[in-house]
Design a protein around this ligand. Structure first.
Ligand code: 5GP
Ligand code: ZN
Length: 141
């Protein structure tokens, strides 16, 4: 693990965290600077920077915990809903370079925004451009 990775230090127990779930490959803990009560981070214990770097089995483990934990987080803080998302890489706003999913509880009238609000200006794409992008994504799998 990189010595300077905050989340690896949390996994190692060198930095304290308010742990809400742990198994052999996944750890979940409260965000130290929460966007809402119950804001939870779910991380792979092994150090991988982004989703693109995460092996399939670790990705499946991570998603399984996100799936199981989200209703527990919502119930714990009496939330009406949640946003579940990854900042996947620096250009997307990822600050800690150790893959982690956010569970952010949401409340009716909380003044927040949907996930559509996070990107920049919307592109104006023709049908042909959309077809080309869809082809490239299919080819890249
Ligand atoms: P990112 O922008 O990388 O997706 O989000 C990183 C998140 O990690 C931020 O929401 C930040 O508040 C949280 N964070 C950063 N350092 C620590 C820490 O030492 N402990 C905990 N619990 N959360 C942290
Ligand atoms: Zn790490």
């Amino acid at each position: 693990m990189p010595n300077d990775c905050i989340f690896c230090q949390i996994v190692a127990g060198d930095i304290p965290s308010k742990t809400v779930y742990e198994d052999e490959s996944v750890l979940a803990f409260l965000d130290v600077n929460p966007l809402a009560p119950g804001h939870t981070l779910v991380i792979s214990k092994d150090h991988h920077e982004t989703l693109d770097d995460l092996p399939d089995d670790a990705a499946a483990d991570l998603f399984s915990v996100l799936h199981g934990l989200t209703p527990a987080v919502e119930t714990a803080v009496d939330a009406d809903a949640s946003n579940v998302a990854f900042n996947n890489g620096g250009a997307a706003g990822q600050e800690v370079p150790h893959v982690h999913g956010h569970i952010i509880p949401r409340f009716d009238g909380d003044g927040g925004h949907p996930i559509h609000a996070i990107a920049g200006d919307r592109p104006d794409l023709s049908d042909e451009e959309l077809d080309a992008i869809a082809d490239d994504i299919r080819d890249g799998r």
